[in-house]
Design a protein around this ligand. Sequence first.
Ligand SMILES: [Zn+2]
Length: 123
Amino acid sequence: MYLCKTVEKEMKDKKQESQDSKRYKVPAWVDKSVMPEEDLCPDCFKAVGVKSRYKLICCLGKMKEGGTVSVLTKHLGLQQPTVTHHLQVLRSIDAVHVEERGRERIYKLNREAHCFEECKIPY
Ligand SMILES: [Zn+2]
């Protein structure tokens, strides 16, 4: 049993309004064909609730060796501060980690993160 299933059951046992405040609908841009969850816990919603942040996850998912902010910026066609901000949010929920390689900072998807392991967010 996945953690989020457990949480979901607990929520159902509680009042309806608390369920509404703690579960989020999977956004339309998340690939539902490989997404078994029907709704998301707050952390997972934080990860994919913004379309470009989900795109960033998908982009990092394809980069086995990770990537720098400038490489990610080029791939996504976003402003660098936007990418930096999304990476900070993803770090705050442990979805990415950073490796210092010389003067460069390499961002990698943390495939063991809750979002990917338990809520099965596809990337
Ligand atoms: Zn979750």
